[in-house]
Design a protein around this ligand. Structure first.
Ligand code: HEC
Ligand code: HEC
Length: 420
């Protein structure tokens, strides 16, 4: 499907047909002709641009959840993960390394069988059956039936592996998809370390990262300092993407990840990092970036659960945030970040110093003030997880910036952060 780059009509133009109906003045008629022309240039009817938007979002969702960009070249041909999964990864093991199961992809009979224990969750064959149903979030496999039994012939990963989780509504790790929520249970390093293609030293590095963390630069510069998987929601209006603000739009980073990390077929060029990477001779990435970006931008940060914070304390906390604690000098505006105006030297991050510095390995060598909407949802905090809770984060600022906040003020600031 083709996504038309059709902009929403300017409000002044969309109101013109009504004006024409009321008073057919020559100017309005001329405007109506212009509108008709603009509409037909845009696909025929005023519904069509909305239809296009919906189609782009649907396509972007499909890409986000199910597209491997041809990265089976890495995960199957090089890392041989299809052998690992089929040989040793039963569902219990898969859930223990943070893989999630999409309840909506499970037929009723399978749900019942999981519920009553008649499906063997200790057998890798069950994992293959789940992959065949497209039910393992972020894992895309090709399953062939050979002599009546299912064989996993190819496997790849999708964006949803790291940037989706489930709501656990059926059982821990099994529920409805929550796209954009970082999977902080996932241990990508532990999964990659299962590959028989890696030497012991490389496996040791991957095994050291831990849950919710991944180093998207390790395979570029050989340094290991994993960062927390961030949310992919709440990014509408923010034009510095990643912890270090490397890209001005999501598509920049989506291309990076698809090609450089996932191993998708396509290219990524970044002179600031001296990178010129081309996988394969086909481009399975570029055409998908626009709809993929539109989908992510449609993902709003989740609202705090009802009753999860004290509103009066949060109001006091907001006054501190905007005033004496000085937070709003960087976490400014409705998005609670100054990202669109500036980035910050590493010394401005209370999670630094660290060795090696993550910023020093990036294209900008700086940090972006993290947007704080939905922060309640994804502890721990800062790029390297320096604070386990929001309270730890506030206490870190208090100590490092010498704010001399009292316990009650710290509690108020925490309630405010929980309310965002
Ligand atoms: C193996 C885990 C993994 C996969 C798969 C993955 N990402 Fe990420 N993603 C990360 C990590 C880790 C970061 C943090 C990197 C940084 O900010 O320097 C990140 C950062 C991002 C960001 C920046 C968020 C922000 O706050 O600016 C976006 C957007 C994003 N990823 C989208 C995607 C998309 C789209 C895909 C699929 C093409 C994808 N990711 C695949 C781990 C992953
Ligand atoms: C000088 C600019 C600056 C000021 C002032 C500032 N921040 Fe930050 N904030 C940042 C930067 C930069 C980051 C990202 C640092 C990193 O990840 O290493 C950040 C990250 C955070 C995070 C982590 C969010 C996440 O999802 O990981 C929280 C929470 C936070 N700030 C709260 C506050 C509070 C509360 C205050 C006031 C006490 C404050 N900040 C003051 C720049 C600032």
């Amino acid at each position: 499907m083709k996504v038309r780059p059709c902009r929403p009509l300017h409000p002044a133009v969309t109101t013109t047909p009504n004006a024409q109906a009321r008073s057919p003045a020559p100017g309005a008629l001329l405007a109506a002709v212009f509108v008709t022309f603009a509409l037909s240039a845009c696909g025929g009817s005023s519904n069509s641009s909305e239809d296009d938007r919906r189609a782009a979002l649907a396509q972007g969702q499909q890409t986000f959840r199910f597209d491997t960009f041809g990265d089976e070249a890495l995960w199957t041909d090089t890392l041989r993960m299809h052998e690992v999964i089929a040989g040793a990864v039963d569902p219990v093991t898969a859930l223990s390394v943070g893989l999630k199961v999409d309840l909506d992809a499970l037929p009723a009979a399978v749900r019942t069988a999981i519920g009553d224990g008649s499906i063997d969750l200790g057998s890798p064959a069950t994992t293959v059956a789940l992959i065949k149903l497209d039910a393992v979030v972020g894992i895309k496999g090709s399953v062939d039936t050979v002599n009546g039994s299912d064989q996993l012939s190819r496997v790849g990963i999708t964006c949803a592996l790291c940037h989706s989780t489930v709501d656990d509504s059926f059982a821990p790790g099994i529920g409805r998809r929550l796209d954009g929520w970082p999977n902080r249970d996932l241990d990508p390093g532990a999964i990659i370390a299962l590959s028989p293609a890696l030497d012991a030293a490389t496996k040791a590095v991957y095994s050291s990262w831990g849950k919710g963390r991944f180093d998207p630069r390790f395979n570029v510069d050989g340094l290991s300092q994993p960062v927390l998987i961030p949310p992919a929601y709440g990014l509408e209006g923010i034009h510095r993407i990643t912890y270090t603000g490397d890209g001005e739009d999501l598509a920049y980073w989506n291309r990076y990840v698809a090609v450089v990390e996932m191993g998708g077929q396509g290219s990524f060029v970044e002179p600031r990092l001296n990178l010129d990477i081309r996988n394969g001779s086909e481009d399975l990435v570029s055409a998908k970036l626009s709809a993929l970006q539109a989908y992510q931008l449609s993902l709003a940060p989740p609202a705090p659960p009802a009753g999860s914070f004290d509103a009066a304390a949060a109001a006091r906390g907001k006054s501190l945030f905007d005033g004496r604690a000085g937070c709003a000098s960087c976490h400014s505006g409705p998005l609670l970040t100054d990202a669109n105006e500036r980035l910050h030297p590493p010394a401005d991050s209370v999670a630094e110093p660290e060795t090696p510095s993550y910023a020093a390995r990036s294209a900008t060598r700086e940090y972006r003030s993290t947007p704080l909407r939905g922060a309640w949802q994804h502890p721990p905090y800062f790029h390297n997880g320096a604070a386990a809770t929001l309270e730890d984060a506030v206490r870190l600022y208090d100590t490092r910036l010498g704010l001399q906040l009292g316990d009650a003020e710290i509690a108020d600031l925490v309630e405010y952060l929980k309310s965002l």
